[in-house]
Design a binder for this molecule. Structure first.
Ligand code: PMP
Length: 307
């Protein structure tokens, strides 16, 4: 993440340099923290920066804190206002990426639950060119972490050592991205995004028992597919060989948006180019997040509110 002029830290908007943590904190010693990444989309016509599904991200952060038994430190309403204040402090009138982390600031040994720090930053982030071109992915030799070990449903910072290993391995092999498998060899998810396939015109995605993060974008895509495109959506266990039978595949996440997967392990998916349903879902997604449709206005939080 590049830097921003102003950060949110423990209830205050502070200069970037002041958002610090001790080197012996639980966050550094054990990776004891949970985080969220989300986006805001600038709409030139309405002069508004729309934060997408902010409440759902804050609620997932609270769930993660509960799962890690971190001491509670914020109210959702209060943090919602803080994120708006952060975007305003950084004068963001362009596409933005927000990151927030709740972490153990204290230096207790393993079982400490606080004090808990809360930090957030917001930086401009233009759309990725890969959304247009699609990506080539490999299948990782690293197994996806399991719910009874390091639960992927909890967006814990320590979990991401698993994703990082997969991503580094894939990049060393010349791929743009990676898919991970569960302990029993079923498709799970990417390193920071969930997977969808198109099979016989239906959307298929690994179910919530497939060691995935319960992705907010995955939920958005399923809603758009059903409500806007009239598609059937199936959540189930998915075999890796289904990638060879799929007409299309894509990854989705707040950061990665809707990213066509055009080959897996150097074998083309479908025609080897982004497919028509992926394109239709991309269009519906960007119309939604940018506020170019009235659909689900409740999912967009305005930063400027006419200011
Ligand atoms: N899976 C993983 C492992 C992720 O890190 C992310 C990004 N948060 C996603 C899926 C997508 O989740 P979301 O749509 O909520 O951003």
């Amino acid at each position: 993440m590049s830097t921003c002029a102003w950060m949110y830290h423990n209830g205050r908007i502070v200069p970037y340099e002041q958002a610090q943590v001790h080197a012996f904190s639980g966050a550094v010693k054990y990776g004891a923290g949970v985080f969220e990444g989300l986006r805001g989309y600038w709409n030139e016509e309405s002069g508004e920066l729309w934060i997408f599904r902010l409440r759902e991200h804050l609620e997932r952060l609270r769930f993660g804190m509960r799962a890690l038994r971190l001491d509670a430190v914020f109210e959702t309403d209060e943090l919602e206002r803080a994120m708006i204040a952060l975007a305003r402090a950084n004068e963001l009138r362009e596409n933005t990426h927000f990151r927030m982390i709740a972490y153990i600031e204290g230096d207790d040994e393993l079982a400490g639950t606080g004090p808990v720090g809360l930090v957030a930053g917001a930086v401009k982030r233009p759309p990725s060119a890969r959304v247009e071109t699609g990506i080539h992915v490999g299948i990782s030799s690293w197994q996806r972490i399991a719910d009874n070990a390091l639960p992927p449903r909890v967006k814990c910072t320590a979990n991401y050592i698993n994703n990082r290993a997969a991503e580094l391995e894939a990049r060393a092999a010349g791929y743009d991205g990676v898919l991970m498998l569960t302990a029993d060899g079923k498709l799970s998810e990417g390193s920071g995004a969930c997977l969808f396939l198109v099979r016989d015109g239906r959307l298929v995605t690994p179910d919530k028992g497939s060691d995935i993060l319960e992705s907010i974008t995955r939920d958005t895509i399923m809603t758009l597919a059903r409500d806007e495109l009239g598609l059937e959506v199936v959540e189930r266990r998915v075999d890796r060989t289904e990638l060879l039978l799929a007409e299309e595949a894509f990854l989705c996440g707040s950061g990665q948006e809707v990213l066509p997967v055009i080959s897996v392990a150097r074998q083309a998916v479908g025609t080897g180019a982004p497919g028509p349903l992926t394109r239709a879902l991309q269009n519906a997604y960007f119309d939604l997040v940018c506020g170019r449709t009235a659909h689900h206005a409740d999912w967009r939080t305005p930063v400027w509110g006419g200011r």
